[in-house]
Design a protein around this ligand. Sequence first.
Ligand code: ATP
Ligand code: MG
Length: 569
Amino acid sequence: MKASKMIIPTLKEAPNEAQIANHILLIRAGMIKKLVAGVYNYLPMGLKVLGKIENIIREEMNLSEAQEILSSALQPKELWEESGRWFKYGPELMRLNDRHNREFCLGPTHEEIFTYLARDLIKSYKQLPVCLYQIQTKYRDELRPRFGLMRGREFIMKDAYSFDIDLAGLDKSYNVMYDTYTRIFNRLNIKFKTVLADTGAIGGSESHQFMALSDIGESTIAYCSSCDYAADEEKCEAISSEKIEKETLQETALIHTPNAKTIEEVVNFLNCDIKKVVKSIVYADDFNSRLVMVLVRGDRDINEIKVVNALDIPEAFLRLASDNEIAKINSVSGFVGPVNAENVMILVDKEVSEMSNFIVGANKKDYHLTNVNFGRDFNGTVKDLRMAKEGDICPVCGKPLSFERGIEVGQIFKLQTKYSEAMDACVLDSQGVKTPLVMGSYGIGVTRTMAAIIEQNHDEFGICWPLNVAPYHAVIVPVNYNDEAQQNLALEIYEKLRNNKVDVVLDDRDAKVGFKFKDWELIGVPYIITVGKKAIEDIVEFKVRKENIKVEKTKEEATNIIIDAVKNL
Ligand code: ATP
Ligand code: MG
């Protein structure tokens, strides 16, 4: 391709809307353009990268004998009612009506559609196992679309669904996809960890996430350096390394704590250890129309996923209670506590149940209670409800856990028969008995993966694409395209590379050479060949983008390096 014919809308400055590197670079390099929050257009250079990522995913999925289909984004409400998710999925589901007032959604994921397809297409155990996949646009009305392609409201996902006759079959299919994802992310040059995960709105019995390691990731990974345990922070069991000694129980006392509402204010006012204070947070469970108080130690954070799981409700139905609702449990915001609270379910973090003589809100403005004890002064359901934290130990081997941040680029789930039973997707087994299909579901965020690759592969000048996903493998930059020798050599190299399957651009634009270099460094083309004064001697300057060093090479040397590298992809 000749650059003079291309749309290369690079920008000098970072746009206001973007703060993190991959978002800034995607926009500055002219790869994407925002339409509205969380919705992007993919421009020619961006689409080329996307296509290459998709093809790597496709090759590996096909190698694992998954079959590609393309299903609709528009999904009828009826199927979501069959699975029970029309109501449960909550406000993230993009819902719409047609002219006859029939209700639809734009698919955020496709369990319903693939279960519907399987119940018609698969009749006998003899057809199993089957794995179907697609690469398709998904819609989620995210509460906070942000960071460009990382959290969009419209994004591209590769989703796959496996169908087996029994749980042993599912285990095999799941492992095949686990290995396939490992190959895909390795080929995409992503540094990642695979972690145990919560099953969330998709559901099922077991799940893993593939996390691209990055400080700007929205997920936190807890992992053990002594064994191979690794889990998403939301999933990680919280086990403290601190030994909790049971003290002699003291008598409860009401104490005046004017204006001390937050944990910090209480600690400062009473001049006590934060580990002696218990945080009481009231939530509304809108699924069951009830209020729930959750208790964790003062220095701990509540893990809302664990709360949602303890209540067995969809995540979208949990929210913080309003002041009015807090009044309904006979309490007041800032001074909430479990003793004598009314009309509220109490969930107690395991650690709190083991503590003695702690401080809680007294359900009375400007008062707290001291020397409160679980079992004596109040009761509730005891569960692991807090976030795992630095200082906690590995649930498998007991050694200290470490933490790091990651971008969730993929997740796989053992759905078992959740959807097939609800939607009556059955086959006949070898005895001729009707049995529900045993399913798995497997997603890769394709556009988020593109962002993650940039996040892990960039420098101060721009993107450093790995060769196999770069929009172009190489660019030829003549210093002066009007110079005959330079033009001839540039064209000769261009033709040679093109004839050897190298995706190459010839920058024939009428612009300063410095301007051109800046563009290609920003866009991140892996090889840059500069054709300048030594064109008459067939000598060019050769630069590997990510190393940023220029060396002189003959035209043969330069072209052969690139041709070989592309051949070896
Ligand atoms: P998250 O926890 O980040 O909201 P999720 O767990 O809800 O994601 P899944 O249902 O597991 O997402 O979807 C499969 C994959 O699709 C994710 O691993 C992620 O890579 C991608 N993905 C999910 N939501 C988005 C989004 N809003 N924008 C871009 N990619 C997304
Ligand atoms: Mg997920």
